[in-house]
Design a protein around this ligand. Structure first.
Ligand code: RUQ
Ligand code: CUA
Length: 660
């Protein structure tokens, strides 16, 4: 697709289209020659012009897709429009974020719910966002995301794109195999990562096999309440392999979840004592284990009370899982990483980082192997192992370092190749056969990406009905792609056009990401989202998603003293707070309620108090309550921290704390 720098005949139609488009949008007519001149001056190829035409979003036009990307170490979620690749918003999740006031007046209770043993952990390593699903398709209502470093899961409401809940896993220290949802979002799945004694207990590494364990936690989601229902959640104990990514079955595999693992060797490292380091010990065996779990059966076992409480949390032990037939293993090629269920649920695709193939398992064969007890043995803990050849459907050689797979609508699958720095397109067989011009189970083409691609995301590419059209490669290295802002380089989201079949799969946009290390993203059709642009009523509490009876209203502003507590009822509207003078005594407790009584879209006010570490974002209709002790005497000008109007600088007041 990379054409010469001159403009060929086939591009005239495109140029004309651009020129006409520009002419109707611009103030004065521009001609095809203008486009040619710019292309010549900038050295743009036909392919560049085509890519620009596919991604450029004229002012005021909106993107067709919305991508929810993990924010990596930023502990946030990024909301990005596609195909323009414009960053629309970050959502504060595990990390305080001042613009949204998250952790600076609001959100403290949500953040504190993620504390570990009472100690604050105010950063997150977000990995895998999961949109809520109905019948295996994104429904645009909720978003979940995990924090790998501290094994936490967050719930985001897509009516206002704000975090409503953080739960801390009581058993595991770190998580990676999550979040993923079951097809109707009955459960949010959180697979662990590094095996440890549960609940951060101590055990020497010499007791690894006896005392260290893996886990997968099934967090029950209550849609009505918009919260994870901890009371009805449970976990399954797993062998101390490092469970890695997971995925939920759907359609043909509905009722199952799949987790792979990467330390079936149970290696314990020890480079300092001249023992094989983890990197060698963990990849010694030719195969690791894919875990196959019947979660619907597990749910019944949990409801029947066949659980042990560990750290106060109901756990189905390994022995129970084996006795009840909940857990099976099957070999998977070494150092597996991604496990991805095909759109019809009939195939499970596993990539082994050190194996050039993707390995495709058949759900039908898995089911019959379980039914006929076709086991090739048991692991050290007694878990039955399904015979590899009995459940294998196909293997496709793609290249070096396959990691993650996504799907198109037409029988194509796409896999990232970390070591090759490429994205492979290949064809599925079975029920998808004849969907593509190429034969079943073949590599079709590879597009180079820059560089070291981790996950990829296709438009709705992990649902029962993928859209195709766009693929984004989430590249870990950018090396030479951008101006180097010091030695910490941005990472690179590359947009790939996958509309054409066969070998045509061009990169059409590079988006540098200079915050955190994003991992995975899910991409939803924008018209499936229906967010509020103002809160539904004046005095809305976003935490409860209802009107707060205590919310200050216009003409009801006041200051009330009750003993040593001072209650402030304040409103905010362009361009003043009311009241403007707050006088208290040193040591008073202040309960400060503020409502933004605006109804206009985007009429957001901030509320910032110096030295008291307070900043709020009050969106139209929103009410917030902040509480603090006025322990610093002095005079503190508080102000609106959002440039809301011409008289924004005048939108202020004084907090006066009189010394005792
Ligand atoms: S994964 S390293 Cu999603 Cu490839 Cu976390
Ligand atoms: Cu309100 Cu500035």
């Amino acid at each position: 697709m990379s054409g010469p720098a001159t403009i060929g005949r086939c591009t005239w139609a495109l140029l004309l289209a651009i020129a006409i488009g520009a002419a109707t949008h611009g103030t004065h007519a521009q001609s095809i020659t203008d486009v040619q001149n710019v292309a010549k001056a900038r050295g743009l190829t036909n392919a560049d012009l085509l890519a620009a035409a596919k991604t450029f979003m004229p002012s005021g036009q909106k993107d067709e897709y919305i991508m929810f990307s993990s924010g990596g170490h930023s502990g946030q979620v990024f909301v990005i429009g596609m195909p323009s690749m414009r960053l629309l918003r970050s959502i504060a999740v595990f990390t305080p974020e001042p613009w949204q006031g998250w952790g600076y007046g609001v959100g403290e209770e949500v953040l504190a719910a993620g504390d570990v043993a009472g100690k604050p952990n105010r950063w997150g390593d977000t990995h895998h966002p999961a949109l809520s699903e109905t019948k295996g398709d994104y429904d645009g209502q909720w978003l979940f995301i995990n924090d790998k470093i501290n094994a936490r899961v967050a719930v985001i409401d897509l009516r206002d794109f704000e975090t409503k809940q953080i739960v801390k896993n009581p058993l595991t220290i770190s998580d990676h195999g999550g979040t993923f949802v079951t097809p109707d979002t009955e459960y949010v799945i959180e697979g662990g990562q590094y095996a440890t004694p549960w609940g951060a207990d101590y055990a020497p590494i010499s007791e690894y096999k006896e005392k260290y364990r893996g886990s997968v936690t099934m967090w029950k989601f209550n849609r009505k309440k918009g919260r994870i229902d901890i009371e009805n959640s449970f976990a399954l104990q797993l062998p101390p392999y490092w469970q890695d990514l997971s995925d939920a079955g759907k359609l043909a595999s509905d009722g199952y979840i799949f987790l792979n693992s990467l330390n079936s060797e149970m290696a314990t490292g020890g480079i300092q004592d001249k023992k094989p380091p983890f990197e060698a010990g963990v990849s010694r065996n030719a195969t690791d284990y894919l875990h196959i779990i019947d979660w619907k059966k597990a749910e019944k076992v949990f409801k029947a009370g066949k659980v042990e409480k560990i750290k106060g949390f109901p756990v189905i032990t390994l022995d129970t899982s084996i006795a009840e037939g909940l857990l099976y293993l099957t070999p998977e090629p070494r150092s597996p990483h991604g496990v991805d269920v095909a759109p019809r649920g009939d195939f499970i695709v596993v990539s082994g980082k050190l194996d050039p193939h993707v390995t495709i398992y058949s759900m039908q064969k898995i089911k019959s192997a379980i039914a006929s007890k076709k086991f090739s043995g048991k692991d050290d803990f007694g878990v039955p192992i399904l015979d590899f050849d009995a459940v294998l459907e196909a293997q496709v050689e793609l290249g070096l370092g396959p990691l993650h797979t996504q799907f198109g609508p037409d029988g194509y699958a796409y896999t990232s190749l970390f070591l090759d720095s490429a994205v492979a397109r290949w064809t599925l067989g079975g029920t998808y056969g004849s969907g593509t011009p190429e034969p079943d189970w073949t590599l079709v083409t590879k597009t180079p990406v820059h560089y070291n691609v981790g996950h990829i995301g296709c438009a709705e590419g992990d649902t029962v009905s993928p859209d195709g059209k766009y693929l984004v490669a989430f590249n870990k290295w950018s090396v030479d792609r951008f101006f180097p802002p010091g030695p910490l380089l941005p990472q690179n989201f590359q947009l790939i056009d996958i509309t054409a079949s066969g070998a045509t799969m061009p990169v059409i946009y590079d988006m540098p990401i200079g915050v955190g290390e994003p991992h995975y993203a899910q991409i939803i059709k924008a018209d499936k989202l229906n967010p509020w642009t103002v809160y539904p009523g004046i005095g809305w509490d976003p935490h409860t998603q209802s009107l707060d009876p205590w919310a200050p209203k216009a003409k009801m502003e006041r200051i009330e003293r009750k003993g040593d507590t001072v209650e402030v009822y304040m409103t905010a509207i362009r361009s003043h707070f009311n009241p403007e003078h707050i006088t208290v005594k040193e040591g008073d407790k202040i309960v400060w309620r503020i409502t933004n009584i605006e109804r206009a879209i985007d009429a957001v006010h901030g509320f910032a108090v110096p030295q008291y570490n307070i900043n709020l974002s009050l969106e139209p209709g929103e009410t917030a309550k902040i509480e603090f002790v006025a322990d610093r005497p002095g005079t503190f000008p508080f102000y609106c921290s959002e440039f809301c109007s011409a008289l924004h600088l005048e939108m202020m007041g004084y907090l006066m704390v009189e010394p005792r």
